[in-house]
Design a protein around this ligand. Structure first.
Ligand code: FES
Ligand SMILES: [Fe+2]
Length: 416
């Protein structure tokens, strides 16, 4: 349970909110590169952290991410012409480069060069720096002087053939979606029937959470009943990344669109070779953490408006615990059912919610650090190089020690 004040503090992400300020200190995913692949191609609408923006790829391949409202008379830049290294508002022809400078103002009568220059100087459009990594366009919306180096997330460093990302919109606040990603107990219920994996049959009873310099690193243990514990690790990296221990490994990013909507990015990747046909099938079929979207949109065909196409007959016949297809949709349905912004004053937390409690503490601590101008987590790019694993170990083995050994994966252990 949280106080109303803390719930507000943790969930609101607009430009003038504490959490909004925290998110703006990190690189954020803006778009899959394929949607803006063509220089001088059509601009795309972006809503992130409560701001309406327009993304375009300029003639020279660089990205521009600018405010949707033209600084002249607030018309939408989405209708703009993307031409010769700039986006031109089609209302009166003002043109802006990727840094937001007004580089042409053909509607201004040329009384004098100096006057024209002065008008152009004042007519800047809000623009944010972007870079492309791992077939995703990323932006930094924070103070320029505090921009961190790009995080060394393992999945962004493998070759293109080794990874594939999808995304879809969740109609709820980012925090309840992220909390769902670290809710180990739900696997045994909500996702029952997807596989016969031990995570679907045994409720975890052991939890270990360690703070790292980029977030936290958690281990969940399931007692196999034969003297062995099945452990698996996951990491939360600032501001809202998850590295998932799975075969193949996977990653999530929760990017707040605004207070009530979230863009969930999901990536399949392999360290040691290209993705397999089986991996691709999983993605294309909308299975596991992926969804099948309406063509050209980020909206899943299974969604709130159609009750996620629940199959009550399949549920009744015991073929599916939920009657819903795929982990991603099952998660979406339950996380969205908590309301647009979950009211955490109404909860009754249980011992299995320990990771959820720690997540909230971690973010509250980060907000306190930010407010007090202390260093915040996740500013060291190397702190993001974590690998997650699954393993069996005899009951009683020191989990803290095992986690420390496994933090950077088997290859790193072998190299020592
Ligand atoms: S509103 Fe954009 S140029 Fe006038
Ligand atoms: Fe889930």
């Amino acid at each position: 349970m949280l106080s109303k004040e803390d719930n507000e503090r943790l969930t609101r992400v607009g430009p003038d909110t504490p959490m909004g300020e925290l998110f703006r200190r990190y690189w954020q995913p803006v778009a899959l590169s394929e949607t803006v692949s063509k220089p001088d191609g059509p601009p795309v609408r972006v809503r992130m952290l409560g701001e309406d923006l327009v993304l375009f790829r300029a003639t020279d391949g660089r990205f521009g991410l600018v405010a949707e409202r033209c600084p002249h008379r607030t018309a939408s830049m989405y209708w703009g012409r993307n031409e010769e290294n700039g986006l031109r508002c089609v209302y009166h022809g003002l043109k802006f480069d990727v840094e937001g400078n007004c580089v042409d103002a053909p509607c201004v009568s040329k009384t004098s060069e100096a006057q024209l220059e002065s008008i152009q100087r004042q007519l800047k459009i809000r623009a944010y720096p972007c870079i492309e990594r791992a077939e995703i366009v990323w932006a930094y919306l924070g103070p320029p002087e505090l921009r961190p180096a790009f995080p060394e997330l393992d999945w962004t460093l493998v070759p293109t053939s080794h990874r594939l990302s999808t995304r879809h919109i969740q109609e709820c606040n980012w925090l309840q979606a992220l909390e769902g990603g670290f809710d180990a107990a739900h696997l045994t219920f909500l996702h029952k029937g997807e596989t016969s994996h031990v995570s679907r049959t045994i409720v975890p009873t052991l939890y270990e959470v360690q703070q790292t310099d980029a977030g936290f690193y958690t281990a969940t243990g399931r007692d196999m009943g034969d003297g062995q514990i099945y452990w698996n690790t996951n990491a939360l990296l600032m501001p809202a990344h998850k590295i998932i221990s799975a075969v193949a490994p996977a990653a999530h990013m929760w990017m707040p669109i605004d207070d009530e909507n979230t863009m969930l990015y999901s990536t399949e990747f392999r360290y040691d070779g290209p993705l397999t046909e089986k991996d691709f099938d999983k993605v294309r079929g909308g299975r596991w953490i992926h969804t099948v979207n309406h063509p050209g949109t980020d909206i899943s065909i299974h969604n709130k408006s159609n009750d996620y196409m629940i199959d009550r007959a399949a549920q009744g016949a015991g073929k599916s615990y939920t009657g819903m297809q795929g982990l991603g949709i099952q998660d979406c349905a339950l996380q969205e059912s908590m309301g647009l912004i979950a009211d955490r004053t109404q909860e009754f937390l249980l011992p299995c919610d320990i990771e959820i409690v720690k997540i909230r503490r971690l973010y509250l601590q980060a907000l306190d650090d930010l407010a007090a101008a202390r260093p915040i987590m996740g500013m060291n790019p190397a702190g993001f190089r974590m690998r997650m694993e699954r393993w069996f170990a005899p009951k009683g083995d020191d989990i803290g020690k095992m986690m420390a050994e496994r933090k950077y994966g088997a290859a790193a252990r072998a190299a020592k």
